[in-house]
Design a protein around this ligand. Structure first.
Ligand code: PLP
Length: 400
């Protein structure tokens, strides 16, 4: 029988100890043992099914982690208090002082800042490359390179990473490929394509309600267990754990993710065609003209579409501001950062979520000052939404 990310989540049998259809929320920080030896075994990671302390594991967090692992098709997962918590903990776990990382030059601004600025504290050097240029990735490899870092669909330029090819390069060099799949849950399953660790900001599509920040790390049992090792596990020792109440609410939302992704994709594809037909420079991986279109098709679980993210280029930050302000007044959605919400959100990436990237690097990576990034919502009548956008485009002089 064929398996897909949504069906794997559906097949999980998770209920509470009183038969509650939603697993009970476990808000306990610590857990009792009836035998002292079981506690000792748990400290050594050897007591299956026992919980020790909620910075390590908590039953509510385990339910959500198991759902994430099911979605990704990984052996295990661990949930964090934010997407940045997942990213930084994973990277810090994989490197030592003086190591080297190869990263896509286009990544979420916070990730870029961590790699470019923060890791300097540990004398870790990062080579930023155009991740679609596999020769550049190979050329950047050094004897002390420990990992390749990329996003399946990069933020904000929506480039597509060739995960099987990057995994092959990583394997050839005995290093890890870490992939942020925040923009493309369900659509792409990076671990099944060879990624060693898949990280998420659950804040975005996976939760989809903008009521919390959260993250996840999906990987092998070996990797997750080493991250929560009481002696030297980065997750256990830095403690970026998710609150169990939040795990419980995200777990409910993950069960509608497949339906939401289809609608986000449907609406974004509709708008991308309209933007293109209107003559605007449009970036959407679902358009055959997108350089990563065929690659994404070869990697994706097609039923979920090409995702909910679109970017259009209005050349200047002033143009972007004028359009966004008008669209907000015209009820297209909200001028806000973040993505994956049921309402459409738009922001000017260079001045917001990528503002940590110095302007010269923004230009080098092809990020226009006037880029407006849309996270297209779950609008029931997307034609009506387009008519509103068209009105705003006309009012602000970008369309006749
Ligand atoms: N990864 C991507 C692709 C993002 O867009 C973001 C946030 O915008 C993050 C990671 C960070 O996630 P969080 O805000 O949950 O820490």
């Amino acid at each position: 029988m064929k398996s897909d990310p949504a069906t794997r989540i559906q097949d999980l049998r998770q209920f509470g100890e009183f038969g509650d259809v939603n697993p009970s929320v476990c808000d306990s920080a610590t857990f009792t043992f009836m035998q002292a030896k079981s506690m000792v075994d748990t400290f050594h990671g050897e007591a299956e099914g026992c919980f020790l302390y909620s910075r390590h594991w908590n039953p509510s967090n385990k339910y959500l982690a198991d759902a994430m692992a099911a979605m990704e098709g990984t052996e295990s997962a661990w949930v964090t208090g934010s997407g940045m918590g997942a990213i930084t903990t994973t990277i810090l776990h994989l490197i030592s002082c003086g190591d080297h990382i190869i990263s896509s030059i286009t990544t979420y601004g916070g990730t870029f800042a961590f790699l470019a600025n923060y890791l300097k504290k540990f004398r870790v050097e990062v080579s930023f490359v155009d991740i679609t240029d596999l020769k550049a990735v190979e050329a950047a490899m050094r004897p002390n390179t420990r990992l390749i870092y990329t996003e399946t669909m990069t933020n904000p330029l929506l480039q597509i990473s060739d995960i099987p090819a990057l995994a092959a390069i990583a394997n050839k060099n005995g290093i890890k490929l870490v992939v942020d799949n925040t923009f493309t849950p369900m659509i792409v399953s990076p671990a099944s394509l060879g990624a060693h660790v898949v990280v998420y900001s659950l804040t975005k599509f996976v939760n989809g309600k903008n009521d919390c920040v959260a993250g996840a790390i999906c990987s092998s049992h070996e990797f997750i267990n080493s991250m929560i090792d009481v002696n030297d596990g980065t997750a256990m020792l830095l403690g970026p754990v998710l609150d169990p109440f939040r795990s419980s609410s995200i777990l409910k939302n993950i069960h509608t993710l497949h339906i939401r992704m289809k609608q986000h994709s449907h609406n974004a594809a509709y708008l991308a065609e309209k933007f293109t037909a209107a003559g605007l420079r449009t970036i959407y991986p679902g358009l055959p003209s997108h350089p990563g279109h065929a690659l994404l098709k070869s990697m994706m679980n097609e039923q979920f579409g090409f995702g909910g993210m679109i970017a259009i280029d209005l050349e200047t930050a002033e143009n972007a501001a004028a359009l966004m302000e008008d669209m907000e007044l015209n009820d297209v959605g909200y001028l806000a950062v973040s993505l994956g919400y049921f309402k459409t959100l738009f922001s000017n990436s260079g001045k917001s979520t990528s503002s940590e990237v110095p302007e010269d690097i923004q230009r080098k990576m092809g990020l226009s000052e006037g880029l407006v990034r849309y996270s297209v919502g779950l609008d029931n009548d997307i034609e009506r939404s387009w008519l509103k956008i068209e009105q705003s485009l006309k009012k602000t002089g970008f369309l006749k």
